[in-house]
Design a protein around this ligand. Structure first.
Ligand code: ADP
Ligand code: TRP
Length: 323
C-alpha cells in the first residue's frame, strides 16, 4: 500500500487545523504503511504566491514542520514537488483527457468565480496537477481533509479516462483516506481555522504570537458566574489538548457557571505550548541545519523520481509518444 499526500506552502508555520486535520495523520500513516510519500506542493502555491523568496521560505517552513511533527525520512519519502518536473508532463497527458465541464465543477474554481475574482489557467487546471501528483507515483491511498475529497474523485476519473482512451492500465486508481476523526478545528473567530480567514493559531510561531492568538479567541459576554456553552470554540480548542475525562470535567464546570474564559485561555495556552514543545525543539534543531534539510529533500526527490520514471514511461508508451 503506497500512501501519498502534499501540503501547499503558503505561510510561515502550519496551524492547529493543519496539524489535527492532516499532519498528525500523516505521521500515523507512515508507521502503518510500508511506503509513504509526503511532498511540499510548491508548484501549487504558484496560483497565489508571486514572490520567489517568499515561496522558498514557505517551502522550507513546511519541510521543517513535517520534520518537527515527526515525519521521518527513514520511513517516508519527503520531497519538493518541483524537484520532479515529470509531474508537469503527466499534467499535460491528463489535461487532454479531462473535460472542461469537470474542471468547471471544481470547488476552488467555482468559489473564485462566485467571488468575482479573475481566475488564471493555473487555478482552473489545479485539479489536473493534483491528479498528476498522485498518479505519477501509483499512490493507493491519499490522506486528505474533507475539502479535498472532490479532487481525489476527479483524480480517479482522469486515471480511468486515460486508461480507457489508450486501452491500458498505465495509471492506478487511488482511494481517498478522509481524515474524519479530525473534526474541523475552529479558528479564533469561531469559523473554520484557515489562513484565508486570518484566524489561525500557528503551531510554531513565537510564544508571544501564540499567546496573542489564544487571548483573541472569541467568547460570548457571559460573566464568570453564568453558565457557558461547552461546545463553544474555546472549549473545542481546549478539548484538542485534553483527555476524555478532562473534557467531561471541563464541560461540567462550563455548564455550572463560575468558570471564567480568562482561566480557560490561560490553561489552553499552557497546553498548546506544552503539547508542541518537543516538536518545537526538533524544529529549531533542523532550522539550524538547513543543509541537512536540503539533503533530506534531495534524497527524497531522487527516490520519488525513480518511482515516477517508469509510470510516466508507461503512459508515454501507451499514448504513442516517443519511439
Ligand atoms: P488553509 O485553509 O489554512 O489554507 P489548507 O487548505 O492549506 O489550509 O489545508 C491543508 C490541510 O489541512 C488540508 O488537508 C485540510 O483539510 C487541513 N485543514 C486545514 N484547516 C483545517 C481545519 N480548520 N480543521 C481541520 N483540518 C484542516
Ligand atoms: N490541494 C491540496 C491542499 O490544498 C494539496 C495537494 C496538492 C495535495 N497535491 C496533492 C494533497 C496531492 C494530496 C495529494 O491541501
Amino acid at each position: 500500500m503506497r500512501v501519498l499526500s502534499g501540503t501547499k506552502p503558503t505561510g510561515d508555520s502550519l496551524h492547529l487545523g493543519n496539524y489535527f486535520g492532516a499532519l498528525r495523520q500523516f505521521v500515523a500513516l507512515q508507521e502503518q504503511h510500508a511506503e509513504a510519500l509526503y511532498f511540499i506542493a510548491d508548484y501549487h502555491s504558484m496560483t497565489t504566491i508571486r514572490d520567489a523568496e517568499q515561496r522558498r521560505r514557505y517551502t522550507l517552513s513546511v519541510a521543517l514542520d513535517y520534520l518537527a511533527a515527526g515525519l521521518n525520512p527513514e520511513r517516508a519519502i519527503l520531497f519538493r514537488q518541483s524537484d520532479i518536473p515529470e509531474v508537469c508532463e503527466l499534467t499535460w497527458l491528463l489535461s487532454s483527457v479531462t473535460p472542461m465541464g469537470m474542471l468547471e465543477r471544481a470547488h476552488a474554481y467555482k468559489a473564485a468565480m462566485d467571488r468575482g475574482e479573475s481566475v488564471d489557467h493555473g487555478l482552473f487546471t489545479y485539479p489536473v496537477l493534483m491528479a498528476a501528483d498522485i498518479l505519477l507515483y501509483h499512490a493507493d491511498l491519499v490522506p486528505v481533509g474533507q475539502d479535498q475529497k472532490q479532487h481525489i474523485e476527479m483524480t480517479r476519473d482522469m486515471a480511468q479516462r486515460f486508461n480507457h482512451a489508450y486501452d491500458c492500465e498505465a495509471l492506478v486508481l487511488p482511494e481517498p483516506y478522509i481524515m474524519k476523526d479530525s473534526a474541523i478545528v475552529p479558528g479564533t473567530d469561531g469559523q473554520k481555522m484557515s489562513k484565508s480567514y486570518d484566524n489561525t493559531i500557528a503551531m510554531f510561531a513565537g510564544k508571544k504570537q501564540i499567546k496573542k492568538s489564544v487571548m483573541g479567541i472569541v467568547t460570548d459576554s457571559n460573566g464568570v458566574d453564568e453558565p457557558k456553552d461547552p461546545a463553544a470554540p474555546i472549549f473545542q480548542l481546549w478539548n484538542l489538548f485534553s483527555g476524555v475525562d478532562d473534557q467531561k470535567a471541563m464541560a461540567e464546570r462550563a455548564r455550572a457557571g463560575g468558570l471564567g474564559y480568562g482561566e480557560v485561555k490561560k490553561d489552553l495556552l499552557e497546553r498548546i505550548l506544552d503539547f508542541f514543545s518537543e516538536m518545537r525543539l526538533r524544529r529549531e534543531q533542523f532550522e539550524s541545519r538547513p543543509d541537512d534539510v536540503e539533503a533530506i529533500l534531495r534524497q527524497g526527490a531522487e527516490k520519488a523520481r525513480a518511482m515516477a520514471a517508469p509510470v510516466l514511461e508507461g503512459c508515454r508508451l501507451a499514448a504513442g509518444l516517443g519511439s
